[in-house]
Design a protein around this ligand. Structure first.
Ligand SMILES: [Zn+2]
Length: 166
């Protein structure tokens, strides 16, 4: 099954790195001034692998049509059409716009084995992916609102829309 292979790939390909031990960003560092552009809370979540309190973020109960992008670098991550009500208090998605835009790492913080999600371009911490999501993939991408920005409509610049042909 295609959906099972995606889940297997995600969980098998996660590298063994504790949450917070970030690798150098894959993108162009000169374009990202983390300390200058992030609020203290954004810095805590995105760069120090923090988690916002449930039911407090901007997007857990957000239902507009558009694209959720990385708050750190603007990379498009999730489409509103893949957002669903998980009851967790965090924005939850069952799919990503492009698998290559998000990296996974095994997170063993707090004695739990979880799969951490980081932005491929800037390595900002986004949240975690769990295997209790809805069909077709059975995945639940549980994301901090503060790690996301939102833009209405389907406006993603052509340069960012790579290898996402339909
Ligand atoms: Zn990013």
């Amino acid at each position: 099954m295609f959906s099972q292979s995606i889940a297997a790939f995600l969980f098998a390909s996660a590298s063994l790195v504790s949450c917070g031990q970030q690798q150098a960003p894959a993108g162009d560092n000169s374009l990202i001034n983390w300390n200058d552009s992030l609020t203290p809370e954004e810095y805590r979540v995105l760069r120090q692998c923090g988690t916002e309190a449930p039911f407090t973020g901007e997007y857990w109960d957000h239902h507009e049509h558009g694209v959720y992008t990385c708050a750190g670098c603007g990379s498009p991550l999730f489409n509103s059409s893949t957002k669903f009500e998980s009851g967790s208090g965090w924005p939850s998605f069952f799919d990503v716009i492009d698998q290559s835009s998000i990296d996974t790492k095994e997170d063993v913080q707090f004695g739990m084995r979880r799969i951490e999600l980081v932005c491929h371009q800037c390595q900002g911490h986004l949240g975690h992916v769990f295997s209790d999501g809805p069909p077709p993939h059975g995945l639940r991408y549980c994301i901090n609102s503060i790690s996301l920005d939102f833009s209405q409509g389907d406006s993603i610049s052509p340069s960012q829309k790579t290898s996402n042909k339909k």
